[in-house]
Design a protein. Structure first.
Length: 252
């Protein structure tokens, strides 16, 4: 157990699996109290058991405004404040601009952008009361570069990148920092589903590995270390930044 995040209280969305789970565990190991938010209670409880007494489970849909208000209120009521928000919840639909349905487009932006925006603004009063805070948005390398068959996902992550920069400018004077992490292809339930639906999953996996100079796909824990840094006071002069964690994907 470390102490880099002692006395910090953090909300992590999408905390039941993948990157969200790894980040929540890493934050807790450095001393943070962590509120685990998501729609699957069983998965959240599994993460909570891994963390122990410093975890608090809240089942919620972060794209619904009334549930967002409840998450913030119950976080403050349970732990007494709020210092860190890690926006990790997201959805991914595969397809070109012609293939993506209106329903898929709307869901992508509802969860990946609207929910993130609503929760980010909802935590501002509590962070002001705490004297500042850190908002960490999980974007994507596809918020920086485009890609085939990502006609809704990539634009949504591009919106996250620019919202990050705008909020950093607007709230920096209040010591509220806003940064984005941009992972490349990380092995999670979400990406496993993408590979499994391909006609030749082994071939797709090999292709994904080949575009990463480091020679492997990412693991959720590869992202968690940066999340800890951005949540900590070590990054007190870091805001409006966009951090690729991508095995060299964008260098190619």
């Amino acid at each position: 157990m470390g102490s880099r995040l002692n006395n910090k209280i953090a909300i992590v969305t999408g905390a039941g699996s993948g990157i969200g789970r790894a980040c929540a565990i890493a934050l807790a190991r450095e001393g943070a109290k962590v509120v685990l938010v998501g729609r699957r209670k069983e998965r959240l409880e599994e993460t909570a058991r891994e963390i122990g007494d410093s975890a608090f489970v809240l089942v919620a849909d972060v794209s619904a405004q009334d549930e967002i208000a409840r998450v913030v209120e119950q976080t403050v009521a349970h732990f007494g404040g709020l210092n860190v928000l890690l926006n990790n919840a997201g959805v991914l639909h595969i397809g070109t601009a012609e293939q993506i349905t209106e329903e898929q487009w709307d869901e992508t932006f509802k969860v990946n952008v609207r929910g993130l925006w609503l929760l980010s603004r909802a935590v501002l009063p509590a962070m002001r009361k705490a004297g500042g805070g850190s908002i960490i948005n999980m974007a994507s390398v596809l918020g920086i570069n485009g890609a085939r068959n990502r006609a809704s996902y990539a634009p949504s992550k591009g919106a996250v990148v620019l919202l990050t920069k705008c909020m950093a400018i607007d709230y920096g004077h209040e010591h509220i920092r806003v940064n984005a992490i941009c992972p490349s292809f990380v092995e999670t339930d979400l990406t496993a589903a993408v590979i499994s639906k391909a006609p030749n999953p082994n071939s797709v996996r090999a292709e994904r590995i080949a575009v990463h100079p480091i020679g492997r796909l990412g693991q959720p824990e590869d992202i968690a270390g940066l999340a800890v840094y951005l949540a900590s006071d070590e990054s007190s002069w870091v805001t409006g930044s966009v951090f690729p964690v991508d095995g060299g994907y964008l260098a190619v």
